[in-house]
Design a protein around this ligand. Structure first.
Ligand SMILES: Cc1cc2nc3c(=O)[nH]c(=O)nc-3n(C[C@H](O)[C@H](O)[C@H](O)COP(=O)(O)OP(=O)(O)OC[C@H]3O[C@@H](n4cnc5c(N)ncnc54)[C@H](O)[C@@H]3O)c2cc1C
Length: 501
């Protein structure tokens, strides 16, 4: 559905109207809401989760009365301070918080004197109707974050294999582990906090396997030096790894996950820069009941794409929203903040949220809001760090070569590498949509959120997109844009559709 669409799915005349709507209550959304309220706007915040915090500050259940002391978190003090501003806005009636509520569709209404947005809401967990099924806002901040990017590997469909972020989310939310002894594999600094959280929660980590060589940091060391807090955080992980004797192996990948009906171990190998396996480097790690995989993050772009924002493929191969100053997207009145503008970590998300929230309030209330010099410099330093991180930890070459014809790619619909290859080679399926139509890859429960990247690469005939290894970026970008195009941004009960005009 294009942003210019004016047809009414449901009359919006009676829908509650806000100056600013913020979707997402993670680091970016919380900051945007607090800044917009401070700017004098009446703000609606809609978030699928039961409580604020997003992925980074996911924490123990407030509803169950469990106090979280922040022991599994970084920046917990910053969360508490943002949360205090957020709660003060709620108490003052300037912030209206819709928890456990998903925005499943967003529309730009061009029938009004000025552009405004209509958001369709549904309960995030289960059936029934949202008390407010539709709301309108003059300006909109989308801070919908992202989720772990996954690549297939033989055996990854076994119980006990999770996204690395899934393991961390489990620990942060429940204070316990989904297993006892883990291997964490993939690429990027995010593998480190996951392993550290596991040891903190009383589990053990048999190995952290990083596919990159880390040499990619050398020409970009100055960019890392620009954000010293990251180096400090890294030093903390090194200390934790030494204390708990966690082996950290570079240029190492999992070639197969083993187990009859649950993970019991992994096969690993050292790889060269071109992705080929170093002969004689193969090993087996046994006695493992959990594997966490993470290859960076995929921004959650359904709502920006529904509204027709301009997108681009970032250096890490992710499709992200294009933004100008203050998080302004290509659609008037629509701001983007946090991971949807490019994956860069929580502190950058907070800053982007703060700036976008202030600007969105300014536009809605007719005041001006500009960036300070210090904000510009901090944004530039953090973005430069993020780019260095992506370039130093690319999706590795050769991942597709290690798959076997019977490796499952789409776990929902159980579509294999062989089936995708057949559709590509014999039936001219060279993009995700055609692959989906012919093989059902991406047509299941997760709607391609897990397999979309891999199917996009495989259908474009590439083993990797993004960074320095981007052989078919154009094709893959088209495919990635297709995979983000979902008329329903979130799963929803049929009753939400039944009630439409
Ligand atoms: C599982 C996981 C663990 C992570 N852990 C770390 C870590 O330890 N260290 C680190 O540096 N980075 C981590 N990251 C990256 C981290 O997500 C970001 O740096 C930071 O949280 C981004 O903030 P954000 O506000 O952009 O998005 P998020 O924190 O992802 O928040 C987005 C929010 O939007 C909500 N949402 C999304 N779509 C909708 C919708 N349609 N309707 C309503 N609500 C919606 C989500 O429920 C979520 O609460 C992690 C990411 C994930 C996925």
């Amino acid at each position: 559905m294009s942003g210019a669409e004016t047809s009414e799915l449901r009359s919006t005349a009676a829908a509650p109207r806000f100056d600013v709507a913020v979707v997402g209550a993670g680091p970016a959304g919380l900051a945007a809401a607090a800044a917009a309220a401070a700017g004098g706007a009446r703000v609606a915040v809609i978030d699928s989760a039961e409580q604020p915090g997003g992925q980074y500050w996911r924490h123990r259940s407030e509803a169950a009365g469990v106090t979280d002391g922040g022991e599994y978190h970084h920046g917990w003090r910053e969360y508490l301070s943002l949360r205090a501003r957020f709660d003060a806005g709620i108490a003052a009636g300037t912030i209206h918080y819709f928890a456990s509520t998903s925005v499943w569709m967003a529309r730009a209404l061009s029938t009004l004197p000025e552009t405004s947005f209509a958001l369709e809401l549904a309960p995030a967990h289960g059936g029934g109707r949202s008390a407010v099924p539709t709301l309108r806002a003059t300006t909109l901040v989308l801070a919908t974050g992202g989720y772990d990017r996954q690549l297939p590997v033989p055996g990854w469909q076994l119980p006990g294999v999770m996204a690395a972020g899934g393991i961390q989310a489990f620990v942060k939310q429940n204070g316990m582990l989904p297993g006892k002894r883990f291997v964490i594999a993939g690429t990027g600094p995010f593998l480190l906090p996951v392993a550290a959280n596991i040891t903190q929660a009383g589990g053990s980590v048999a190995a952290v396997l990083e596919s990159a060589s880390l040499m990619g940091w050398i020409p970009r060391a100055h960019r890392a030096a620009g954000v010293p807090s990251k180096a400090l955080e890294g030093a903390g992980y090194v200390a934790a790894f030494v204390k708990h004797r966690v082996p950290y192996r570079i240029r190492t990948v999992i070639t197969e996950i083993l187990g009859p009906d649950h993970v019991t171990g992994v096969r690993t190998a050292k790889v060269r820069a071109d992705g080929s396996i170093l002969s004689g480097s193969e090993r087996e790690i046994t006695g493992v009941d959990g594997v966490g995989l993470g290859w960076g993050f995929t921004p959650q772009l359904e709502l920006p794409v529904q509204l027709g924002v301009q997108t681009r493929v970032d250096v890490d191969g992710s499709l992200v929203g294009v933004v100008a100053e203050a998080g302004r997207s290509s659609v008037a009145g629509l701001f983007l903040a946090g991971e949807v503008t490019g994956v860069g970590g929580a502190p950058l998300s907070v800053l982007e949220g703060e700036i976008a929230g202030r600007a969105a309030a300014g536009d809605a209330t007719g005041t001006t809001a500009s960036l300070t010099g210090a904000e510009r410099r901090t944004l530039a330093r953090n973005r430069s760090f993020a780019e260095a991180m992506h370039l130093a930890h690319p999706v590795p070459a050769g991942w597709a070569d290690r798959l076997t014809p019977d490796t499952t790619v789409c776990r929902c619909e159980e579509v294999t590498v062989g089936e995708i290859g057949h559709a590509h080679d014999d039936l001219a399926a060279h993009d995700l949509r055609t692959e989906k139509g012919l093989t059902r890859a991406g047509m299941g429960w997760c709607q391609g959120r897990v397999c979309g990247f891999a199917v996009s690469c495989l259908s474009a005939g590439a083993g990797a997109v993004g960074g320095e290894a981007m052989p078919s970026a154009g094709d893959a970008a088209v495919s990635l844009a297709q995979s983000a195009k979902r008329p329903l941004a979130q799963p929803l009960p049929l009753s939400a559709l039944r009630n439409l005009d």
